[in-house]
Design a protein around this ligand. Structure first.
Ligand code: PMV
Length: 359
């Protein structure tokens, strides 16, 4: 499969106008993607849990326009016009136009809303870009007719990737792999695929409570962060490590080995942050409260034997991961000991989910 496979032949149908609404979740990587080549190709494969509650809902309304030599669209967040979102979408349209040649033939109204607060420090790019890519695929489906479900999702993931790399892992659940890996048949640098192997019941309905330590804008955009991996002295070792961690997690997921899962996932999170600490320029994206939370989790685990662990995005917020059978105790621990380190005491309870839906 190459990118050229996603360039459509001439569209047989003509459509004047319409509207589609998709809801698509965020995801949290267990083995992280950090570093990319040209055209949003990842330097290493990654795997993520699809989330259930942190979602973006996007309605795309479209109507045929006279001229087809420019993009025409408007964007609304929670009913409010958002011209500052336009450059990102214009860049996305430019990247995907070759794969969606109808883009300049329509005026689009993009109405979007998130279940999580915009200023929560939770990136909406994965859920937002995947929802938009799915809406655009629904338009294309109308122009073509006979698109199989598999091809539809695959191309939507391919397009979402061009919007924001990790967005390609948000369309399906409950575990998604993105990036070519020898042990995972069908895996691709171009799109995410459902994790194809057996997963132990220990991981069923796995819980993720997101502790909002810092609700501000990201200190380092992911574009800048990924670029810092070019010429990074430890980059190649890191990419090799991610390959190995993805191999290792296959057995861990099969056997339900929670201790090994914890070690791998926490090491991945800290490695991601250490890559940022050791790049030039260098950044510390954790806050003092991030470390307080990590230490509390470790102490709680030592004293109780709990299987709770943490992972991090490229920011200060902490994802607290734990098996469903510990939900009551861990939530009590979070409320008693961790919420105090959250900005305004805010956190979001989420869990593994099953991907995007057409509404
Ligand atoms: O999709 P991007 O370009 O925002 O990169 C996201 C990278 C991490 O969230 C830090 C890791 C990952 O694999 O999701």
């Amino acid at each position: 499969m190459t990118a050229e496979n996603f360039i459509p032949k001439k569209y047989p149908n003509s459509v004047e106008n319409g509207s589609y609404t998709w809801t698509s979740p965020s995801n949290i990587a267990l083995v992280k993607y950090w570093g990319k080549k040209a055209n949003q190709i990842p330097e290493n494969p990654s795997i993520s849990f699809t989330l259930n509650n942190c979602k973006t809902t996007t309605t795309l309304s479209f109507s045929k326009k006279e001229s087809d030599n420019y993009f025409s669209f408007e964007v609304f967040l929670d009913g409010e016009k958002k011209d500052d979102f336009k450059p990102k979408i214009e860049t996305f349209f430019n990247r995907v136009e070759i794969y969606l040649p109808f883009l300049k033939s329509y005026h689009f109204k993009i109405e979007t809303s998130n279940t999580f607060p915009h200023s929560s420090g939770i990136a909406s790019s994965a859920s937002g870009m995947s929802a938009l890519a799915l809406c655009l695929m629904s338009v294309e489906k109308k122009l073509i007719n006979d698109v199989s479900e598999e091809n539809f999702i695959q191309k939507a993931s391919f397009l979402a990737r061009l919007g924001s790399g990790s967005a390609c892992r948000s369309l399906e659940g409950d575990l998604v792999v993105w990036g070519k890996h020898d042990k995972i048949d069908g895996s691709s640098d171009l799109f995410g695929v459902k994790y194809p192997f057996e997963v132990h019941k220990n991981f069923k309905n796995y819980q993720d409570t997101i502790l909002l330590v810092d609700k501000g804008e990201k200190q380092v955009s992911s574009t800048v962060g990924h670029n810092l991996m070019h010429g990074h002295p430890f980059a190649q070792e890191r990419f090799n490590q991610a390959e190995k961690n993805l191999s290792d997690i296959i057995l861990i997921l099969k056997n339900g080995d929670l201790d090994k899962f914890i070690a791998l996932v926490e090491s991945e999170a800290l490695t991601l942050h250490s890559m940022m600490m050791t790049s030039m320029p260098y950044f510390i994206l954790m806050k003092p409260n991030t470390l307080e939370i990590i230490n509390k989790i470790w102490a709680y685990r030592n004293s109780t034997g709990s299987k709770v662990c943490f992972t991090l995005d490229a920011g200060a917020n902490v994802h607290v991961l734990y098996p469903e059978n510990e939900a009551a105790q861990v939530l009590e621990f979070i409320q008693n000991e961790l919420v105090t380190f959250c900005q305004k005491g805010e956190y979001i309870n989420d869990k593994i989910g099953f991907g995007a839906k057409l509404l």
